[in-house]
Design a protein around this ligand. Structure first.
Ligand SMILES: [Zn+2]
Length: 178
């Protein structure tokens, strides 16, 4: 009889794993690690901040500093004439905190990027940590990182008030790309 009691939990655990496999299309041997977009900065990149809202520009500036301090492969430097724009949007139909549009060439080198923080989100307007977390996340996309389920700035389910800088997983992703 005791054998039966022990078998039930074992079967339940297996069922949970199977369900996760079906729910999460990303489940693979690398499920707990970074994923990449396939593009990369070819070197240092310029940027400008063009929001009418100083708190938005300030958060982009902080996010740039965080990434520049985080790694030595590339730097983002401010240039008024840059075609790479870090700004805001007001998109009420979306629950996104921010978005990054990245253009790249046939060598997978980034040629241009445009990031926006969504001011329609209350937390973006009211919380500087959420803003920085979102800005660091979006720059991560421009640099070639995709989403991960790990403890990382690239995790869309992270606590944006707590996680405002790249983590070990994000750094591993950058190391893998560059
Ligand atoms: Zn994202």
């Amino acid at each position: 009889m005791k054998k039966l009691i022990y078998k039930v939990p074992a079967l339940l655990s297996l069922a949970v794993v199977c369900c996760l496999a079906f729910v999460n299309p990303n489940l693979s041997p690398t499920v707990e690690a970074f994923t990449t977009k396939g593009w990369e900065f070819p070197g240092n990149m310029s940027f400008k901040t063009t929001s009418s809202y100083p708190y938005i520009n300030s958060s982009w500036g902080s996010a740039v500093s965080v990434w520049n301090n985080e790694q030595d492969y590339w730097r983002l430097y401010r240039a008024p004439g840059s075609m790479n724009d870090l700004t805001d949007e007001y998109t009420t139909s979306s629950s996104r905190y921010g978005v990054m549009t990245t253009y790249y060439d046939s060598d997978n080198d980034v040629t241009r990027f445009k990031g926006r923080l969504n001011r329609s989100m209350y937390a973006i307007r009211s919380n500087s940590r959420v803003r920085q977390s979102s800005a660091v996340h979006e720059i991560g996309h421009a640099a070639g990182l995709s989403h991960t389920s790990n403890y990382a700035i690239m995790n869309t389910s992270r606590d944006r008030t707590e996680l405002i800088e790249p983590t070990f997983d994000d750094r591993n992703g950058i190391d893998a790309i560059y």
